[in-house]
Design a protein around this ligand. Structure first.
Ligand code: ATP
Ligand code: PRP
Length: 211
């Protein structure tokens, strides 16, 4: 008998894009929660349960096995380094992670970088042999160079509008980011048929190659 698949879905900008993908693969998915504050939605007829999570927490729920699978940005996977299987590149919520600064930026003796991604930033600058102090912020990262908190930032660029509106420049793009389907290691074995079936259906409607 098929087992219920618990799916951790990120609230926010990925949700609707993921929901569209699921629907075009013929998989039912609840509306984006605007009408309701319900966080766990059961769809027994589809053999699924959806957990509506904060995006950064999705890999945590999957690693601990309270969700069998989840959808999450590659940026979060790189930052959180949770022990999960990355099964599919869904090709949605495409953007890039970049080093950004003021147009007149010059390397100083003490360099400070602000970001939502302190682990990714520290790794990147270490690999580049650059000594920088990394400051963690939780949003509006572009403020940091404008008001003198940091020389540069590591942040997401999608349309480039936020950079343009704040007179900042993209210096280097370090990763291409898309959303990924991830699985708990035990669930992947115990619910392999269900997970494989979901992957096959999603794979048939996405336009990027299997990882
Ligand atoms: N313009 C963008 N800026 C940031 N992330 C983007 C962008 N476009 C796509 N993404 C992807 O969407 C994911 C979720 O972003 P979203 O803003 O919904 O959540 P969040 O950054 O955790 O915000 P919040 O703290 O408000 O919940 C990111 O992890 C990234 O993979
Ligand atoms: O290139 P763009 O299309 O302008 O998108 C990039 C912006 O979007 C994200 O911010 P978000 O909207 O998530 O707000 P935040 O500052 O609270 O993180 C990101 O941190 C950039 O600021």
């Amino acid at each position: 008998m098929a087992q219920i698949l618990k799916v951790a879905m990120p609230k926010g900008r990925i949700y609707n894009k993921a929901a569209e993908l699921f629907r075009s693969a013929g998989l039912p998915i609840p509306p984006d929660g605007e009408a309701s504050r319900k966080l766990v939605i059961q769809l027994p007829e589809a053999g699924m349960e959806f957990i509506l999570a904060k995006p950064v927490d999705v890999p945590t729920y999957v690693e601990y096995g309270v969700a069998d699978i989840g959808i999450v940005g590659k940026d979060v996977l790189l930052e959180e380094e949770r022990d999960v299987y990355e099964l599919l590149d869904l090709g949605i919520a495409r953007c890039r992670m970049s080093i950004i600064g003021l147009p007149n930026w010059q390397p100083g003796i003490q360099q400070r970088v602000a970001t939502k991604y302190p682990n990714v930033a520290s790794r990147y600058f270490r690999e580049q042999g650059q000594q920088v102090e990394v400051v963690k912020l939780n949003g509006s990262i572009e403020l940091a160079p404008l008001i003198g908190l940091a020389d540069r930032i590591v942040d997401m660029v999608e349309t480039g509008q936020t950079l343009r509106d704040n007179g900042l420049v993209e210096m280097t793009s370090i990763f291409e980011i898309t959303s990924r389907l991830v699985a708990n290691r035990v669930s992947y074995r115990m619910k392999n048929a269900e997970i494989q079936q979901l992957c096959d259906r999603l794979q048939s409607v996405i336009s990027v190659p299997k990882l």
